[in-house]
Design a protein around this ligand. Sequence first.
Ligand code: SF4
Ligand code: SF4
Length: 145
Amino acid sequence: MAQKYTIAAMAMELMESLLVRKRATVLYPIERLEPPERFRGRLRYDPESCTLCGLCQRDCPADVIKVVRKRVEREDGTKELTGHLEFEMDRCLFCGQCAQSCRQGSITFTREFEHAQPTRDLFMMKSDSPELDEGDCDVDEDTVP
Ligand code: SF4
Ligand code: SF4
């Protein structure tokens, strides 16, 4: 009898604690939590400040980043370095190394965490390269080794 009472009391206690206890989860996606300040979500790249130095590509442990450089020599003798970056984001570990390595602050992380895509090609991120009139100049394209 004493044991029955104990089990019933324990069950009551458990029920009470479940009813009173603060919920540890939310009804995602109806309810959403704000990720912490330093959360590493979707990567953001700023081509304006990028110098195409290639440090991010060199230091990325997952081989996500490809820096494509174009050396442009115009008929008037002026030279210019332009290009773009390509990111294969399905391989990204969100380790943050690229942002640490970049001296220009061109790579930062947003707090966006929903990355799912139906196909792999949608994970490819490519920054725009300036349009070049190649009839007017010589273009020598390479990638950072
Ligand atoms: S976060 Fe890490 S794995 Fe992802 S692109 Fe940057 S260095 Fe590479
Ligand atoms: S490290 Fe920064 S500046 Fe250098 S190529 Fe990468 S994004 Fe551009």
